[in-house]
Ligand binder design. Sequence first.
Ligand code: CAA
Length: 258
Amino acid sequence: MSDDPILSKLDNHVAIVTLNRPKVLNALNIELMDQLIQALEGHDADPNVRCIVIHGAGNRAFAAGADIGDMAEASVVDMYERNNLARWGRIKSVRTPIIAAVSGFCLGGGCELAMLCDMIVASETARFGQPEINIGVIPGAGGTQRMTRAIGKARAMEMILTGRFMTAREAFDAGLLTRVVPAEVYLEEAVHLAKEIAERPPIAVRIAKDTINKAFETPLSEGIEYERKAFYMLFDTEDQKEGMKAFMEKRKPQYKGK
Ligand code: CAA
């Protein structure tokens, strides 16, 4: 297998991206994150790609966090000038849906990366946590905000203040995950879900993702108005005409992403 920290391949309309540092449980160093962001932006610009799956190489981890070796001796000025975590925000601008396929440890920055994705499909073996408190810091890539929104204040407080890991079942029950599946099929199931999404009209899919994400940023009345305008806008796509015509003609629609 290649030593590149990020590997990418295409399976029809689905891009499968691998975090590839299995010896260090796919710890997210600067090089890996830079290549990941480039890969995601590249797939986003490719009209052939309709959904992206990210998973970790090896079975032990999705990612065990940001690379502690990169930060252990850093000063405030080093951290401020590198500003690495701000670059992670570019992942949020990717319009193509992203599914995190998680097996094993999904910790710290790894959990934050999974929460930056749109859905998480987890193996029964997955463990989720924000253990930064145990190394003298707090989550720095959105964990305090996204975990709180996903599982609520009471549980987020416990997870982040103690650094405890959650099982996949517990994370699912708390609302962090889309699905929990047997370990042997976690990637297959994530790719299957991605393929289901890839069969849908791509512009409507991207606009649905954008509109759902608005719910986290706006008051309800503004979000509803945003949704209504997005709904009207889709009536200028060929795929809307095709989708409704196919329904009337009782046949399967052929979507073109136009
Ligand atoms: N950074 C760098 N290296 C890491 C790492 C990390 N986050 N996590 C694991 N590794 C390395 C270990 O150093 C070890 O390398 P060596 O074989 O060269 O010693 C290798 O991966 C295997 O790990 P362990 O031997 O520790 O495996 P284990 O099964 O005993 O424990 C673990 C697994 C519980 C996940 C443990 O590795 C661990 O606690 N990792 C750190 C988790 C963590 O604190 N993550 C948060 C990082 S900070 C962060 O993410 C900030 C942010 O918000 C952006």
